[in-house]
Design a protein around this ligand. Structure first.
Ligand SMILES: Nc1ncnc2c1ncn2[C@@H]1O[C@H](COP(=O)(O)OP(=O)(O)OP(=O)(O)O)[C@@H](O)[C@H]1O
Length: 558
C-alpha cells in the first residue's frame, strides 16, 4: 500500500474497497449463519433398527443421549444417539451484483457485479439406535416395518427415559444410579439375571470403580439371592455389612432419603447382610470378623508343591520326599505344623534340604496357616451358612500368601461346581489374580483357575465379576469370555480399542465417550441392560473400606 504524497487518493480508495469488502463479508456471514440455523432437525430410518439424523450445529444431542422421534404419521420412537459429527453442507449458490460506481472514492472501472459463491452451512449429522416404539402401555421392539422419513428428533423427556430404563418387572432390578444426558431424573437399573454372564469392570485409577462395585454388591445383596465371594485385595469391602449413617448415605445420593425411608432400608440391609462373613488376617481381624486361615491339607498337591517352590523334575529328590511325607500324613486335614514336624523327623538329605528351603522361604511364618483343630476358610466355603464371603487378602504379609489363598478358594469353588449353586466370584484388581503374563507359578495357578471358571463356569452357575484398571493387563482368554461391561473413565485409546474388539455389542462411538467421564460415570453394556446405558453411580449404602489418603497436604498455607 502506498500511503505517501500523491498516493493519498489511492489509500482512500483501498480503504473504501476494504470497507465494502467488510460489508459484503458481514452480509455473507449473516446468510451463512441463517443457513446454519435453518438446517432441519430431522431423522429417518430405512431399516427400523437404526436412524440417521441431521440437525443445526447448536442442537443438544449428546452421544449416548436419548431422543424422541415423531414421524409424520404420528408414531413416536425412543432412540439413542450413537454418532455425531460436524459436516459442512454446501448451500445455495449466490451471486452479488453491487453497484459501487457511485460510492465516493471508488476508482473508475471498479465493478462488483458477477461475484458469486456458494454458501456453506455447518450442520450436525449422525446415527442412532431405535430403542422402542412408544405405546401407551410400554415400548414395542421396532422391526422391519418401522421405517420412516423426516421424523422430528429432540431430546427425550426424563419421564419417558425412566419408563424405558425401568424395564420389565418379571425379575429383580438393581438401581445403581442416574442416567446421564437426561434433562431430569431417570434411574438406571441393572437386570439381575444379566449377572449370569461374566462381567468386566474397568476404569483408570480414581474413576470410581471400587465405589461403584460396592453399589453393585449392595444391590445384589438386597435384591437377589445370589451367593457372592469377594477376593478383596485392598480391604475395600471389609465394611460391606456396615450401613452408613443417614447423613453419610445422603451425602453420596442425588435424592436424599427421609429418616423413615432410611430406617426401612437399614432393616432390609441388616437382613440382606445377615449371611455376610468377613475373613481377615489374625493381625487385623476385628470382633465382627473371622480369621482368614487355611489348612495346608486344603491345598491341592500342585498348590502345595508350588507354595514351597518345588518342581517335580528340577527338584527331583526333595519333591519326592515331600510327596511321601504328605502321603504318610494321609487325608487332607493335616496342618502346616504337622508337615514341618514330619519333615524334621526324616533324616534323609532330601528332607534336610526341604527343611532349609522352607526356612529360607519363610513359609512357616505365614499367618495364613491353621494349627490342628482350627477351622479353615474352606470349611466355611463348604457349608451353607453364608451368603457373602469377603476375603481380605490385601492385608496378608506376602504376594505368595495372597496367591495361595486366592488359589485355594478358586480351586475349591471349581471342585464344587457339580453342586450348581449360583455364585458370583468377584475379583477386584483382577490383574493380580489372572494377569496376561503370570509372574510366577502360584499366579499361573490362579490365572488358570479363573480361566476355567470364565470358560466353563456359567453352566455350573459360577459367574465372574472382574475389576481392573486396564483390560490389557488381564488374561486374554478370561477377558474374551466377559459379556457385561462397566466402563468408567478411560483415557487410553489403545485400551478402548481392545474393549471395542471384545465388547462389540457396544458401539465404538459410545465406548469413546469414556475419555470424558467424570467421577462415578460409566457406560454399561451387555446382558444386564437393554441397550448400552450411560450412568452415574449414585447411592452407596455401606461404609467404604480402604479409603484414599485425604489430600490435606494440599491445603493452602496460612
Ligand atoms: N459415584 C460416586 N459418588 C461419590 N463419590 C465417589 C463416587 N465414585 C467414587 N467416589 C469417591 O472417589 C474416590 C475414588 O473412587 P474409587 O476408589 O472407587 O476409585 P477407583 O477407580 O477404584 O480407584 P483405584 O483404581 O485407584 O482403586 C473415593 O474416595 C470414592 O469415595
Amino acid at each position: 500500500m502506498d500511503d505517501g504524497g500523491d498516493g493519498a487518493d489511492d489509500w482512500l480508495d483501498e480503504r473504501t474497497i476494504a470497507s465494502v469488502r467488510g460489508d459484503v463479508r458481514a452480509f455473507w456471514d449473516s446468510l451463512e449463519a441463517q443457513a446454519a440455523q435453518n438446517v432441519a432437525q430431522i431423522a429417518y430410518s430405512v431399516d427400523g433398527r437404526t436412524f440417521a439424523y441431521e440437525a443445526p450445529l447448536t442442537a443438544s444431542l449428546p452421544v449416548g443421549g436419548y431422543v424422541t422421534l415423531n414421524t409424520p404419521d404420528e408414531r413416536t420412537y425412543l432412540g439413542q444417539v450413537v454418532t455425531k459429527s460436524v459436516v459442512h453442507r454446501e448451500g445455495a449458490q449466490l451471486g452479488l451484483d453491487l453497484d459501487v460506481a457511485d460510492l465516493p472514492g471508488v476508482p473508475e472501472g471498479v465493478n462488483l457485479s458477477g461475484v458469486s459463491d456458494r454458501l456453506q452451512a455447518p450442520a450436525l449429522e449422525g446415527t442412532g439406535t431405535l430403542l422402542g416404539r412408544v405405546e401407551t402401555d410400554g415400548f414395542q421392539r421396532p422391526g422391519a416395518g418401522d421405517t420412516f422419513h423426516r421424523a422430528t428428533i429432540e431430546r427425550a423427556d426424563a419421564a419417558l427415559v425412566d419408563r424405558y430404563l425401568a424395564g420389565s418387572e418379571r425379575h429383580a432390578r438393581l438401581p445403581i444410579g442416574r442416567a446421564l444426558y437426561v434433562d431430569g431424573e431417570a434411574t438406571v437399573r441393572l437386570d439381575a439375571p444379566g449377572f449370569s454372564r461374566h462381567t468386566f469392570l474397568c476404569g483408570q485409577s480414581g474413576s470410581g470403580k471400587t465405589f461403584s462395585l460396592g453399589i453393585v454388591l449392595e444391590q445384589l445383596l438386597l435384591e437377589t439371592d445370589l451367593r457372592i465371594v469377594v477376593v478383596d485385595p485392598n480391604s475395600d469391602f471389609t465394611s460391606l455389612g456396615q450401613l452408613r449413617s443417614l447423613e453419610e448415605v445422603n451425602r453420596v445420593r442425588r435424592d436424599p432419603l427421609s429418616p423413615d425411608a432410611y430406617d426401612r432400608l437399614a432393616e432390609r440391609y441388616r437382613e440382606a447382610t445377615a449371611g455376610l462373613r468377613v475373613f481377615r488376617p489374625a493381625a487385623v481381624a476385628g470382633d465382627d470378623d473371622e480369621v482368614l486361615r487355611l489348612r495346608f491339607g486344603d491345598l491341592s498337591r500342585t498348590e502345595q508343591a508350588t507354595a514351597v517352590g518345588l518342581h517335580p523334575l528340577a527338584d527331583r529328590a526333595e519333591f519326592n520326599t515331600f510327596w511321601h511325607i504328605l502321603d504318610q500324613l494321609g487325608g487332607r486335614d493335616y496342618s502346616w505344623d504337622e508337615v514341618r514336624q514330619a519333615i524334621a523327623r526324616d533324616y534323609s538329605e532330601a528332607a534336610r534340604q526341604l527343611g532349609l528351603r522352607i526356612e529360607n522361604l519363610g513359609i512357616a511364618d505365614w499367618e495364613t496357616w491353621c494349627s490342628r483343630g482350627e477351622s479353615s476358610l474352606l470349611d466355611t466355603l463348604a457349608g451353607d451358612d453364608w451368603r457373602c464371603l469377603v476375603l481380605d487378602v490385601g492385608t496378608l504379609g506376602t504376594p505368595s500368601e495372597r496367591a495361595v489363598v486366592s488359589n485355594a478358594v478358586l480351586t475349591d469353588l471349581w471342585s464344587r461346581r457339580a453342586e450348581r449353586e449360583p455364585t458370583l466370584v468377584v475379583v477386584d484388581e483382577a490383574h493380580n489374580v489372572c494377569p496376561r503374563d503370570p509372574a510366577d507359578e502360584l499366579v499361573a495357578i490362579s490365572t488358570e483357575a479363573v480361566n476355567r471358571i470364565a470358560a466353563e463356569g456359567r453352566k455350573y452357575g459360577q459367574y465372574l465379576l472382574l475389576s481392573t484398571q486396564r483390560p490389557t493387563k488381564l488374561a486374554e482368554n478370561t477377558l474374551s469370555q466377559c459379556e457385561n461391561l462397566i466402563l468408567m473413565r478411560m483415557h487410553s485409546r489403545s485400551d478402548l480399542a481392545t474393549l471395542a474388539g471384545i465388547f462389540s455389542h457396544v458401539p465404538t462411538g459410545l465406548l469413546e465417550e469414556a475419555t470424558g467421564f467424570g467421577l462415578g460415570e460409566a457406560v454399561l453394556g451387555g446382558r444386564f441392560v437393554q441397550n448400552p446405558t450411560f450412568a452415574r453411580f449414585d447411592g452407596r449404602l455401606s461404609v467404604e473400606g480402604g479409603s484414599d489418603v485425604p489430600a490435606t497436604w494440599a491445603r493452602p498455607h496460612e
